[in-house]
Design a binder for this molecule. Sequence first.
Ligand SMILES: C[S@@+](CC[C@H](N)C(=O)[O-])C[C@H]1O[C@@H](n2cnc3c(N)ncnc32)[C@H](O)[C@@H]1O
Length: 313
Amino acid sequence: MAEKHIPVMPTETIERLDISPDGVYVDCTMGFAGHSSLIAKRLKGGRLIGFDRDPDACAAAKERLIPLSEQNGFKLDIINDRFSTLSEALDMLGVQGVDGVLMDLGVSSYQLDTARRGFSYHEDAPLDMRMSQKGLSAYDVVNEYPADRLRQILYDYGEEKYAQGIVYGIERARAEKPIATTLELAEIIKRNVPLKVRREKNPCKKTFQAIRIEVNSELDELKSGLDAAFDALKVGGRLAVITFHSIEDRIVKNRFKELCTGCTCPPSFPVCVCHKTPRAEAINKKPIIAGERELIDNPRSHSAKLRIIEKLK
Ligand SMILES: C[S@@+](CC[C@H](N)C(=O)[O-])C[C@H]1O[C@@H](n2cnc3c(N)ncnc32)[C@H](O)[C@@H]1O
């Protein structure tokens, strides 16, 4: 299963995490261990703690990482849970501080391409979209949420300007019978956006993204995860985050900016009264994006942005 996801910006990410062989690293989003195995190859006696809320990903990562941990003598912990539980998990493991944390957000190619997981608008499958394979599903959101809440989700998490029409279509369809599959939903979306939009590109992307974010509480996860990850870092430790759309990138950019900002007194104040000092330093002033070769080889890299900070004293 390892080939089912090509890691995005592998060299750029691993180089900037500046791995020490005996360090402690957390991969919050192990997936198929693409990035994790690159970290693992640089470890000698250190520790790698990997999270994924998807049991399929944990099984695949385990298969790939156990031989590397035996070969390189590092300690390996694989945790099938949300990365927002990082602080509790580190406490349980007795880990005081870590040297680096990676978050490669969103879903893996395996999750997207496995039709039965219900993430794809290209193949018919039950409306699911649960990374963890448990809890609230896309079926529940689409069929049970009130129209105004659905509309807000499409605006906020998909930046879908045709949310009004799409939700109107959903309301009419579900009044007759539940919307059960991905292609049923895709058809409703197509019928309720202007013809011009339908002709230009697949109009389902934004609605599917918005519903997926809601189902998996992705933005709350990200906000809590960023704080937990930063708290877990030792001084000099690094946090690297790869985002895939503007909504999550904005959250990372703003949080990193807050952490890297010192005094917030108005310029008119003769002396600083807030006494705030920066808690982190940006490793890259601008987000890193994929190079030309990778853009050709790995279509997932197109929207990716990598941001990295280092914790200061
Ligand atoms: C883009 S993939 C990571 C791919 C991985 N870096 C690799 O190279 O194979 C994202 C993974 O993170 C997991 N994930 C997303 N949000 C999560 C969360 N809040 N907690 C734990 N895992 C999460 C998904 O289940 C998915 O397997």
